[in-house]
Design a protein around this ligand. Structure first.
Ligand code: BTN
Length: 321
C-alpha cells in the first residue's frame, strides 16, 4: 500500500495536521493530501477535518514484520526467515523461489494480498488486500514421501490450536484440512510438495489462507466465514494471528517428525465436522456415514458394505443434501 507510512502515523486514531504529517514523512502537504485520497480510494476511512487535519476513523490492521517477530520467542525467531510483502502472486510460489535460492531456516512468507492465490484442486483463492492472512511456510522432512502421511491433517490441528489460543471457541476441521466455523469455511490449507532434492529429503510448502476481516467476497462457491464474523468481540490482529500460527505449525511439525501422526488423531477427530453425517464423494461413488479418521489420517466412511477408507487428495467429500 503506497500510503502505508501515512496510515501508520494515523493509526493512533488521533487528529494529525497535514503539516505535522508532511514533516514526519519528509514530503509536501499536497503529497499528504494525495496519499490520504489514495488510501480513501482503497477503502480506508480517513476523515479530513477542516483546519485541523486528518483522522483515521476505523481500526486498521496493517501487517508489520517487527510485530510478528516480537511476539515470537527468541529461539523461534532464530529458526525462521520471515518475509512480509505488500503483494505477491502466491505466498506458496514465493516460498518455492526462496527455497530455490537456498535459505537458512524455515522460510515464512506473508503477504497483504495475492494476485494469483491458489486453492486446493486448482481453485483460485480470493486474496483481497488488507483483509485476510496469506501465509506460507517451507518445511523440510527426512525419510522420503512416506513420512508425510497425515501431515495435511497435522497442519489443520496446528491452525485450530493457534486460533483456539487466540480465543475462537470451537474450531471445526473438515477433512482433510479446511478450517471451519458453524457459519462456513474460515480458512484452508494448500500443501504442495517439491521433489526429493537429495536422497530422502522432501520439501513441503504449507500455504494457509484465513479469512480475518473479509465481509464480502464474489465468486466463492461455498458458505464462508471470517474471524471478525465468528468472534466480533476480539480486536483481530493479523500480526498476532501470524505469530500464533507460525509457533503452532513449527511445534506440530516437530512433534510429527519425532513421533508421527499418532498424537494428532484425537485432536483432529474431536474437531471433525463430518462425524456422524451422511456423506458422499464428489463423484457420488462412495456414500455413507462419516466415522472419523484411521491411524494414518484416511477418512473412514461406513457404507452398506463396510468401512471404506478415503485417502486425502484422492476424492473430496461433502455432506449429502
Ligand atoms: C483451499 O483451497 O482450501 C486452500 C487454500 C489455501 C490458500 C493459501 S493463501 C496462502 C497460500 N498461498 C496460496 O496461493 N495459497 C495458500
Amino acid at each position: 500500500m503506497k500510503s502505508k507510512a501515512l496510515i501508520e502515523l494515523l493509526s493512533d486514531g488521533q487528529v494529525h495536521s497535514g503539516e505535522a504529517l508532511a514533516e514526519k514523512l519528509g514530503v509536501s502537504r499536497t503529497a499528504i493530501w494525495k496519499q490520504a485520497r489514495r488510501a480513501m480510494d482503497d477503502g480506508v476511512e480517513i476523515a479530513t477535518i477542516r483546519g485541523r487535519g486528518y483522522q483515521l476513523m476505523s481500526r486498521i490492521d496493517l501487517l508489520d514484520r517487527g510485530m510478528i517477530l516480537d511476539s515470537l520467542a527468541s529461539a523461534r525467531k532464530e529458526q525462521i526467515v520471515l518475509k512480509v510483502f505488500d503483494e505477491v502472486d502466491s505466498t506458496n510460489a514465493e516460498v518455492v523461489r526462496l527455497m530455490a535460492h537456498g535459505v537458512n531456516g524455515v522460510p515464512v512468507v506473508i503477504a497483504d494480498g495475492q494476485t494469483s492465490g491458489r486453492g486446493r484442486r486448482g481453485r483460485v483463492w480470493q486474496s483481497p488486500r488488507g483483509e485476510n492472512l496469506y501465509l506460507s511456510m517451507g518445511l523440510t522432512f527426512h525419510g522420503g514421501f512416506a513420512v508425510l502421511d497425515g501431515l495435511s491433517l497435522v497442519l489443520g490441528v496446528a491452525v485450530a490450536n493457534a486460533l483456539e489460543r487466540l480465543g475462537v471457541p470451537e474450531v471445526g476441521l473438515k477433512w482433510p484440512n479446511d478450517i471451519f466455523q458453524p457459519d462456513g469455511k474460515l480458512g484452508g490449507i494448500l500443501v504442495e510438495l517439491q521433489g526429493e532434492l537429495e536422497e530422502g529429503v522432501v520439501q513441503v510448502i504449507a500455504g494457509i489462507g484465513l479469512n480475518v476481516h473479509m465481509s464480502q467476497a464474489d465468486h466463492v462457491d461455498q458458505p464462508w466465514s471470517s474471524l471478525v464474523g465468528a468472534c466480533p468481540g476480539i480486536a483481530w490482529s493479523r500480526n498476532q494471528i501470524a505469530s500464533s500460527i507460525i509457533d503452532a505449525v513449527i511445534d506440530a511439525v516437530s512433534l510429527f517428525s519425532d513421533v508421527g501422526f499418532a498424537d494428532f488423531r484425537e485432536p483432529w477427530q474431536r474437531r471433525d465436522i463430518f462425524m456422524g453425517k451422511l456423506l458422499q464423494s464428489r463423484g457420488g461413488d462412495v456414500q455413507g456415514v462419516g466415522c472419523g479418521i484411521d491411524e494414518t489420517g484416511n477418512y473412514q466412511i461406513r457404507t452398506q458394505t463396510g468401512i471404506v477408507p478415503v485417502r486425502a487428495g484422492e476424492i473430496s467429500l461433502r455432506v449429502m443434501p
